[in-house]
Design a protein around this ligand. Structure first.
Ligand code: DX5
Ligand code: ZN
Length: 229
């Protein structure tokens, strides 16, 4: 995948119909999604439980773009191989998930997949300083992870600090949580290029009526691109 800082919209299937992931993914891609964001939760690192590598493997044939796997699990390391084998393109681990995030990022890179580092709202940008050359993506959480549909927490100053830290490196800044056409301009102007959106993409649409997905994706993209100037 060639690196680019153009705005990418990554719908989170956490807000999709859990009985119909394949069709939901085909629908959002047909309606303009750039990446597909997959939220893996363990009921331990975060207070919610979703799905694991078997589900990722099952949906992989339906993903024509980028499968962006966000691991909200602890420990992470025992699962990296399984998510790589399941076909993830990006594997993101949380800095807060254990004492050895450096080792975790090494292990993700060793699979040949893109390595992502997620930062909870309470974690400062500076915590990423020693890891910046080991990652392909930094995910700035703009909610406390665990659930879709939460209110956006303004992390604009942190995004700007990370953008400065990244400089010319080919590292994406992804925003996850509470992204809407109203909040997208703030994060895009601060330097984000991958915008995860769950409820704001899936609201109003369905597999049978996917046009609202397209309108929702377009609204977020336009708001973000306009703020970029
Ligand atoms: C939160 C997840 C997000 C979530 C975003 O723990 O990591 O990806 O699905 O959902 P919205 O866009 O509804 O805040
Ligand atoms: Zn996520």
């Amino acid at each position: 995948m060639t690196f680019s800082r153009t705005i990418k919209i990554a719908p989170s299937i956490l807000s999709a119909d859990f009985a119909n992931f394949g069709a939901e993914i085909r629908a959002i891609e047909a309606e303009g999604a750039d990446w597909v964001h997959v939220d893996v939760m363990d009921g331990h690192f975060v207070p919610n439980l979703t799905f694991g590598p078997a589900m990722c493997k099952a949906i992989r044939p339906h993903v024509g773009t980028v499968m962006d796997v966000h691991l909200m699990i602890a420990p992470v390391d025992p699962w990296i191989e399984a998510f790589a084998a399941a076909g993830a393109d990006v594997i993101t681990a949380h800095l807060e998930a254990g004492p050895h995030i450096h080792r975790t990022l090494q292990a993700i890179r060793a699979t040949g997949k893109m390595a992502g580092l997620a930062l909870n709202p309470g974690t400062p940008a500076e915590a990423a300083a020693e890891l910046i050359d080991m990652v392909d993506l930094i995910c700035v959480m703009t909610v406390n992870p665990g659930f879709g549909g939460q209110r956006f927490i303004d992390m604009t100053a942190k995004i700007r600090a990370l953008r400065k830290m990244i400089g010319d490196r080919p590292v994406h800044i992804e925003i996850d949580g509470g992204v809407t056409p109203e909040t997208a301009p703030l994060v895009a102007a601060a330097g984000a290029d991958v915008l995860v959106a769950g409820s704001a993409v899936f609201t109003g649409g369905s597999v049978e009526n996917p046009a609202p997905y397209g309108a929702n994706i377009a609204a977020i993209r336009t708001a973000a691109e306009t703020a970029r100037g």
